[in-house]
Design a protein. Structure first.
Length: 35
């Protein structure tokens, strides 16, 4: 298993980083902003 070869890991990392900077946003807001 290598996280670097799994594209969803990169997406989750991006969502987590966005969550760090938008603490007041809900998960739905973050997902909508990601697309």
């Amino acid at each position: 298993y290598s996280p670097d070869l799994n594209p969803i890991e990169h997406d989750f990392a991006a969502l987590k980083k966005r969550r760090e900077y938008q603490e007041q946003a809900t998960l739905d807001d973050i997902v909508r902003g990601y697309h």
